[in-house]
Design a protein around this ligand. Sequence first.
Ligand SMILES: CN(C)CCCNS(=O)(=O)c1cccc(Nc2nc(OCC3CCCCC3)c3[nH]cnc3n2)c1
Length: 277
Amino acid sequence: RVAQLSDYEVLEVIGTGTFGTCEKIRRKSDQQLFVWKRIRYGEMNDKEKHMLVAEVNILRELKHDHIVRYHDRVIDRENSTIYIIMEYCPGGDLAALIKTHRRQRTRASEQLIRRIFRQLVEALGVCHHRAQGAIIHRDLKPGNIFLDQNGNAKLGDFGLSKVLSARTNLASTFVGSPYYMSPELISECAYTAKSDVWSLGCIIYELAALHPPFEAWSQAELAVKIRKGTFEHLPTTYSRELDDLVRSMLQQDYHLRPSVLELRKHPYLAYAQASPD
Ligand SMILES: CN(C)CCCNS(=O)(=O)c1cccc(Nc2nc(OCC3CCCCC3)c3[nH]cnc3n2)c1
């Protein structure tokens, strides 16, 4: 049975992104909560429409505990709008969590950081080392990593950001301060899976330090800092192991950064290890 818009009721707007609007919705049949992302494709050219279809198909196949689950889609041809229905994450996004700690002057526990780190490495592993070819997120940031009711991390918008940022030319990609952009991206080389590793390094760094490794008032100054590549060590309340591991992900030369598979095997993230936490 094809899903209808009338199967759901809109509860509230959660936010807007490059794609359009994200709303919290409830399925009438069983009161279950979801979100939908409302994407207007009216102004898209054929190439972009094909890319959108391809990205939605990728989303549908990415099934993992730590990737936001795609549920359904509704196409409203009358208004040239597609609604992508996904799992609702009641914990909000990592950006809000970081902001709360900063405002309260409290630190995230190393146990929480390590758990989120491990979960995101698992999620990236599914995408980078996929049989049909790697999916690279390209836009990993605290704002599109969400938390479920148990504080487990969920990677959001996998792939959507790619097709939709294709709609924006490079200049607008630089809108805002691209704190999480890798050096190779800034010099406009191709993305690699290692670019996602860099961004993940920035995110884990920020969860601990409560600010990203590279900050600047302008995008030009930020590009200089990212290419220079020097940044503070994490606060000493965190282990040397975490500091070293994050540092290894933020190396200029992407060949030197660990792959997601190497990260998964790292003792700091191994499940087997009797963790102190
Ligand atoms: C009380 N209200 C004001 C708060 C309402 C909201 N509750 S809340 O607990 O804080 C809160 C805050 C943020 C997110 C979420 N959950 C969520 N957000 C998504 O995307 C957000 C979107 C991403 C792109 C940019 C625009 C916003 C998801 N995508 C798939 N699953 C999603 N789950 C919940």
